[in-house]
Design a protein around this ligand. Sequence first.
Ligand SMILES: [Zn+2]
Ligand SMILES: [Zn+2]
Length: 261
Amino acid sequence: MQNLIDPHTHTIHTHHAYSTLAENITIAAEKRLEAIAITDHFGLQLPWLMDKREYTLENHLKPALMPKYMRDVRVFMGAEVDITGFDGSLAGDEMPLSFFRHPECKTYAEYILATKDVVIASMHYFDGNRSKGIAENTQMYINVLARKGVDILGHPTRCGLAFDWEEVVAAAKSYGKMIELNNATLHSRPKQTDINRKLMELCAKHDAPIAVSSDAHVCFNVGDFGLAMDMLKEIDFPEHLIATRNLAAFETALQNARNAE
Ligand SMILES: [Zn+2]
Ligand SMILES: [Zn+2]
């Protein structure tokens, strides 16, 4: 069982991460990964970014400007976009876009969703995010999964809210989206190991694809999947559902996510 793609890594663009794009790619090459995604935060973690500074936003890793391969590693330019509301709102939904390019995009969120190679939507915090119950929380994730351009539901357990995981997994499957198994969550929140194991068992039951990531905030953690892979082996997780096992599988999973209606 292998995982040759790291779909979730951060660089100094994130401000609370510590390595450059080149450093992440160098470690990915040393570890013989086939691909990584650069998925810096787009949301409340970056107050300077949400300050309507369009020039800076315009430079949020434009895929068109980057070589697809660096050091023989396929590099996907992505974003980790914050979930900002129970209706499935994402960071940037409220911000009108005024770039002269991309006239089809009316908001920053639409721009990010339309132009990134990989979009992870994840919950960190928003005002009132602990105010609802399991039904509303579950519907929030379903609303997010339904949004075109969202490819991966990021570290689903990390926020500590209650969800009906079976419904979340069934929605991910029906929308063709990936559920993340985030190695950093298993490392920093060992108490969430059991709930992640349960989530993975449900993915296996529903034939739903997963993405195994490091969520590295320093280059030396790029490609760290040890805890996640140990868990998948322990539960005899079906290898064909690991969308990040190799580049071809990941590209197919991204296509499925983008084509889903
Ligand atoms: Zn995150
Ligand atoms: Zn992250």
